[in-house]
Design a protein around this ligand. Sequence first.
Ligand code: PLP
Length: 294
Amino acid sequence: MAWRFALMTDPAASDDDRTDFSTTFTEVDPSAPALTVGELSTQRGDGIFESIGVVDGHAQEVEAHLERLAHSAHLCDLPEPHIAQWREAIARAAARCGDGEAVIKLILSRGVEHGPAPTAWVTAATAGDFTAARTHGIRVVTLDRGYDIGVPARAPWLLLGAKTLSYAVNMAAIREAKRRGADDAVFVSSDGFVLEAPTASLILRRGDTFVTPAPNGGILHGTTQLSLFEHLALQGFATAYETIPATDLVAADAAWLVSSVRLAAPIVAVDGQELPHDAAFTASMNAYLRSPRD
Ligand code: PLP
């Protein structure tokens, strides 16, 4: 039986010197209404979020997620999050997760039109079952993202690289992938470079080197990819950030989509063309990703 937990947070200013934020949290019924109709997160998707994987009550890579939350807030001109307050909120949510896999979401919205603002809340819920994707792999199609690799530098107002609540386009890409008979999509820039998936980072293997698209190409810098690169480097593998032509994807020795909750899903086909898949290696990656990581 899936369960849910929700905590509303009265967001503290980043220079608030309290060390105990317990009075700033209110547990709310996750199935009851909790937001006002003036919420800009619901009206315009104007806010940011994080999804944190939880395994047996341990929230993974909390600091990396908090750093990215602060980075997204900065890109979106949202008030700087008080990291200690969010850390405490995550700890409260994680304490309720129990055994198995769960997901904690942090949401920071611009708030209600004409105030109060911002609005923040945290949810925790049972994670889906991703065993099939992790063990048998996923088929992907490449989809044009419609802009070139230079756009993030030219047009920062597109908020590329921020984890905003505006995921309608990402969800539409997954629906398009399914219409084409695949499980997921890999976005390609209009000038022919692979970027990321709608909800995951892309990692390619070439011999003993693992590469991922450079985050300055308008993609989200994945916490799972960062964590895996550290792990792979400790195993003696080379890792690199590159601008990767789409033609490299089908020529890779292996490829994965990696993210906080699904973890490493090996790509077994790209646009109908089969890709090699080393099930034992993927299993070792996922064993690492399921172990407590900080
Ligand atoms: N890229 C996008 C667009 C995402 O939405 C996500 C996660 O949701 C990722 C990459 C992977 O990020 P992480 O590994 O931190 O979950």
